[in-house]
Design a protein around this ligand. Structure first.
Ligand code: GCW
Length: 666
C-alpha cells in the first residue's frame, strides 16, 4: 500500500526563508566515525539533502570539511557535556551549526534543526538537548500473517503471508520514528505464534538481518519478541525449564547464531506466564530464573532481556471477591527485587490493570528498588477509541511520569526511574505502537500525534503536551497558527472527553468483549478476566482499601493514605479504589450519580465542539486529510452517544435516581 510521509513531508509546512539555510550544507569530522556510525551519519546527510530538495526544489551538495559562514554546518567532535544521542544547535544569523559527539546525536540534531527551520524558530540562540530515557522503544504486536493484534491502522508492514517483508516502507518507518528519537523497536507480537517462534532460530534470517541493518542506519536497535518455550516448540528439547542445562544451552546457541548474523541486535522481549503464554511457573521456577537464563545467553553480546510484568490470573472466578487482578503485577514481582541480572529490564505497564482511560500508576514502580525498569505505555488505542475516536495520550503519559513514587531513590518521580536519575541506569520508556500499512500510518490522522508525541516525550519529558501538539500540527498539516491552535485544542480536550463519555471515575472497562470498542457495561462482569465493577442498586466499585482487597497497601506512604481515605482520594480515581453509593458526594460537590449523568452529557457536547473546531479549519487543511478526519469525527459522535445513553440508562435503572436537570435518559 502507498504511504504518506506524516510529519516528515517537507513540502508541507515551510516557514518563510527556510530554504535559504539549506542551500549550503557542510559536514565536518565524519571520517573519524566507525563503520556503523558512518551509516547513521550518511542518513543524516541524506536527510538534509532531502529537506533541501523538497523545500527548495533543487539538489544541494554536501561540502566536506569546509567552514562556511552561512547555511547548515554539521560538526562531529568531542562536544563536552552531551550524552549519547545529545546535540547542540547554534543559530547565528544565516548560519546554523549542529554539533554532537556521536553519530546518533548528529542524526537527532539534524532532524531537530529541520523542524526548527520548517516552523520558523530560527532566531539567534543555542539549544542543547540530550535524550532523557536511554531506551526509547516501540513494541509492535505484528503477526507473521500480517495481522496486528490491537492494530487499528491496517495490516503489518513488517510481515506478509507468514514472512518478514522488507521494502521502501521499512526505511521510511525507520526514518519516521528515528526523527523523534526512537532507538529500539520490537517488530513481532509478544504473543508469539509458531512461525514467529522460528525467528530466533533462523526463520527469515536474511530479511531479519536486512531490517536490522536498515534500523541500524537510523540508530535503532532491533528486538525480537520470543516464545519462552521455543526450544520445546521447535522440537529441540522436551522441556522449557529455565534451570535445565539443555534449555540454557539451546538459548545460548540461538543467541550466538543471531549475533553472528546481526551483531547490532538489541535483545529479546518476553511475555511469559501471561494470558496463556508459557513461562517459568510451569516448572515451579520464578520469573527471575526465567529472565536470567535468557539474559545470560545475551550477556556475552551485550544484549538486553526485556521481561514483561503483565502477569495475572485470567482464569479468575468472578464470584470470588477476595481475588483482585489489580494486585497481581506487584504481588508477582515484588519478592524478586534484586534477583535479576544487570542486563534484565522489567517492562511494567503504566497502570496496575491494562491501559485503561484512567488508572492509577502501577505501585510496582515505587516498590522495586534494586531492579532495572521501563514503563510500558500503549499508543495503539485499544481502550481509548481505537484510532476511530481522538484520544491524545501525551497528557496521560505526563501525569504518569510526574507521579511521586516515594521509593526513596532519586528525586522521587516515576520519570526519574525511567530516565536513569535513580540508582539504576538501564531503563527507558516503551509504547505499544499504533502503526500499520494505512497510507497515513496511524489510521486516524490525529493519532499521529501520539506516535510523534511518545518519541518526543521519551527524549525530553520536560516538553509540555501543548508544545508537542503544536509542533506536530505545524509539521503535519501546515505552519499556520489557526490550524495549530485548533488542532492543539482538539487534541488537548480529547483525553478528558473520551474519559467523560466512557467508564466513570477510574473504574475502567465496560467495553465490548473481544474487540474492546464501544460500550458493553456487563460485557466482562461475569467473565474470568478480573475486570469487574459490581454495580447494583446500592452503588458500584471494588473496594481496594483496608476493608477490601488491600491493594492500596502496595503504595508507599503518603500515597497509601491519600488513596485509602475516601476524603482525600482524587475523584478521578475514587471508583478504582473504593466502592461507593450513588448518593456519595464527591470532592467536586456532585454525587456519584450526578457525576455519571453530567460527565456523559458533557462528553457528547465536547465531541460536538471538536467537530466545530475541525470544520472551521476546512479551507486550511488539504481536502483528503480534512475529509478523513471529518468522517472519523462523525463516527466518534455516534460512539459517544452510544456510550452516554447506555451508561446513563444503566445507572438510572440501577439507582432509580432521576436526572436533576431532566435530560433524556432512556
Ligand atoms: O490489553 C491486553 C490486550 C492483548 C495483549 C495484552 C498484553 C498482546 O488485550 O491483546 O496481548 O494486553 O499486553 O500482552
Amino acid at each position: 500500500m502507498s504511504y504518506e510521509f506524516a510529519w516528515l513531508d517537507y513540502r508541507n509546512s515551510v516557514a518563510a526563508g527556510a530554504g535559504d539555510y539549506l542551500k549550503k550544507i557542510a559536514c565536518t569530522g565524519f571520517e573519524i566515525a566507525s563503520e556503523a556510525d558512518k551509516n547513521i551519519l550518511f542518513s543524516a546527510e541524506q536527510e538534509l539533502m532531502r529537506a533541501a530538495k523538497e523545500i527548495n526544489g533543487q539538489q544541494s551538495t554536501v561540502l566536506k570539511d569546509e567552514v562556511t559562514s552561512e547555511g547548515i554546518s554539521v560538526v562531529l567532535s568531542d562536544a563536552p557535556g552531551l550524552k549519547t544521542g545529545g546535540f547542540k544547535i547554534m543559530i547565528t544569523g544565516p548560519k546554523i551549526t549542529i554539533e554532537a559527539s556521536d553519530a546518533s546525536g548528529i542524526l537527532y540534531g539534524v532532524f531537530r534543526a529541520i523542524t526548527l527551520i520548517r516552523t520558523g524558530k530560527t532566531s539567534d540562540g543555542q539549544i542543547a538537548e540530550s535524550p532523557a530515557s536511554p531506551i526509547r522503544m516501540l513494541d509492535h504486536w505484528d503477526n507473521p500473517d500480517g495481522s496486528i493484534e490491537r492494530g487499528y491502522s491496517g495490516r503489518s508492514f513488517f510481515f506478509k503471508n507468514d514472512h518478514l517483508y522488507v521494502d521502501d516502507r521499512t526505511r521510511e518507518y525507520a526514518r519516521l520514528v528515528a526523527s523523534v528519537g526512537i532507538n529500539a523497536v520490537a517488530i513481532n507480537n509478544v504473543n508469539v505464534n509458531d512461525i514467529a517462534t522460528g525467528l530466533v532460530s533462523g526463520y527469515d534470517r536474511k530479511e531479519l538481518t536486512e531490517i536490522a541493518k536498515i534500523f541500524g542506519d537510523y540508530g535503532i536497535k532491533l528486538y525480537i519478541s520470543l516464545n519462552f518455550a521455543s526450544p520445546m516448540s521447535l522440537g529441540a528439547t522436551d522441556t522449557a525449564d529455565p534451570l535445565d542445562s539443555k534449555v540454557a544451552q539451546w538459548w545460548k546457541e540461538a543467541a550466538d547464531g543471531l549475533y553472528r548474523d546481526i551483531p547490532e541486535l538489541g535483545g529479546f522481549l518476553v511475555k511469559a506466564d501471561s494470558e496463556g503464554r508459557p513461562g517459568p511457573f510451569s516448572y515451579d521456577r520464578t520469573h527471575a530464573d526465567g529472565a536470567n537464563m535468557l539474559a545470560r545467553a545475551l550477556a556475552p553480546h551485550n544484549g538486553l532481556l526485556i521481561w514483561r510484568c503483565f502477569v495475572y490470573n485470567c482464569q479468575q472466578d468472578w464470584r470470588d471477591h477476595t481475588m483482585d487482578r489489580a494486585r497481581a503485577c506487584y504481588d508477582n514481582f515484588i519478592g524478586l527485587d534484586g534477583q535479576f541480572d544487570d542486563n534484565v529490564i522489567l517492562q511494567i505497564k503504566n497502570g496496575p490493570m491494562d491501559f485503561q482511560v484512567r488508572e492509577p500508576v502501577s505501585p510496582l514502580f515505587g516498590g522495586l528498588k534494586k531492579t532495572n525498569m521501563m514503563v510500558e505505555f500503549q499508543i495503539a488505542q485499544e481502550y481509548t477509541g481505537q484510532q476511530r475516536d481522538i484520544c491524545y495520550l501525551i497528557p496521560m503519559f505526563k501525569q504518569v511520569l510526574d507521579f511521586k513514587t516515594y521509593n526513596g531513590d532519586g528525586e522521587g518521580v516515576l520519570c526519574d526511574i525511567v530516565t536513569g536519575k535513580g540508582s539504576k541506569q538501564t531503563c527507558g520508556m516503551v509504547a505499544v505502537s499504533n502503526t500499520g500499512d494505512d497510507p497515513n500510518w496511524t489510521g486516524h490522522d490525529l493519532a499521529g500525534a501520539n506516535l510523534y508525541g511518545f518519541g518526543r516525550l521519551a527524549f525530553n519529558p520536560a516538553l509540555t503536551s501543548e508544545e508537542i501538539a503544536d509542533e506536530w500540527s505545524r509539521l503535519t498539516f501546515c505552519n499556520d497558527d489557526t490550524v495549530a491552535d485548533g488542532v492543539t485544542k482538539m487534541l488537548m480536550m480529547s483525553w478528558p472527553t473520551y474519559e467523560k463519555y466512557t467508564s466513570p471515575l477510574g473504574i475502567g472497562w465496560m467495553i465490548s468483549p473481544g474487540h474492546h470498542y464501544g460500550p458493553d457495561i456487563e460485557g466482562y462482569e461475569f467473565s474470568p478476566w478480573g475486570t469487574y465493577h459490581r454495580s447494583d442498586r446500592n452503588g458500584l466499585g471494588v473496594e481496594r482499601g483496608k476493608t477490601g482487597t488491600k491493594m492500596i497497601d502496595q503504595y508507599n506512604e503518603p500515597v497509601r493514605s491519600l488513596y485509602e481515605s475516601i476524603e482525600t482520594c482524587p475523584d478521578e480515581l475514587v471508583l478504582f479504589f473504593h466502592r461507593l453509593s450513588y448518593d456519595h458526594v464527591l470532592k467536586s460537590g456532585k454525587t456519584v450519580i450526578e457525576h455519571i449523568y453530567d460527565s456523559h452529557f458533557e462528553g457528547v457536547q465536547d465531541v460536538n465542539e471538536m467537530i466545530g473546531i475541525w470544520r472551521s479549519l476546512a479551507d486550511k487543511v488539504d481536502g483528503v486529510r480534512f475529509g478523513r478526519v471529518n468522517d472519523r469525527l462523525d463516527g466518534q459522535l455516534m460512539n459517544a452517544r452510544e456510550w452516554r445513553d447506555r451508561i446513563n440508562t444503566y445507572y438510572y435503572r440501577h439507582s432509580g435516581v432521576p436526572d436533576k436537570q431532566g435530560r433524556k435518559i432512556y
